[in-house]
Design a protein around this ligand. Structure first.
Ligand SMILES: [Cu+2]
Length: 208
């Protein structure tokens, strides 16, 4: 199910790493104080996640995540463990609480065809040894004007990509099928790191 990375994309990815590392020199101290976690290291960009909208500036007043969309890291084990309800999109980080603010349901959405093939992608600025990637979707009747809770999500991920401890690519892609849904939903991407107790969380607003 995994797609190989083209040379061109890998080059772009490497440039992004250099930029992120440079930015971390400035922001690193703040990161350690606010989250206590290691500098971090990846985000979902297809479908477009909330942290990408914030980093690109098409959504404003997001706070710290605008400069470090790759740092939305929290405890792994979702949904049994992991970030608490209402803090899922921020990976439980108070400093990134803007990601859980429902903004009256006005987050920009990516238009998707229900049940269609989709290439999910992540930009990884540190290529942690990985257990798997998982993708969850909200249940029918989810209210986009409320903060996300576990009970809002279908209990099983609609896509799991096992990695067996492998390192992901800088531009990691997963071919899968979209869930058969209609209307505004949230897709929650979870990157479960193999050799730490953490995972990375990315919420994407979509319109089927
Ligand atoms: Cu990291």
């Amino acid at each position: 199910m995994r797609k190989s990375t083209s040379v061109k994309r890998a080059t772009v990815g490497r440039k992004a790493v250099a930029t992120a590392v440079a930015a971390m020199g400035i922001a690193g101290a703040t990161v350690l104080v606010t989250t206590g976690s290691a500098q971090g290291h990846g985000y979902a960009d297809s479908p477009t996640s909330r942290q990408v909208h914030c980093a690109q500036g098409d959504v404003t007043d997001c706070g710290a995540v605008e400069n470090e969309p790759q740092s939305v890291e929290g405890p792994k084990g979702f949904p049994g463990a992991g970030p608490e309800d209402g803090t899922i999109c921020a990976g439980g980080n108070e400093g990134f609480a803007a990601l859980d603010d429902p903004r009256d349901g006005e987050w920009p959405t990516t238009k998707l065809e229900p049940g269609a093939d989709h290439t999910f992608s992540w930009t990884n600025t540190a290529r942690h040894s990985t257990t798997d990637y998982q993708y969850f979707v909200t249940k029918d009747g989810w209210d986009p004007a409320k903060k996300l809770t576990r009970a809002d999500l279908e209990p099983e991920p609609f896509l799991t990509v096992p990695m067996d401890g492998e390192q992901p690519a800088e531009k990691e892609t997963h071919d899968g099928k979209l869930p058969d849904k209609s209307g505004h939903h949230l897709i929650v991407g979870v990157w479960n790191v193999a050799d730490t107790s953490n995972a990375f969380y990315s919420c994407a607003d979509v319109e089927f």
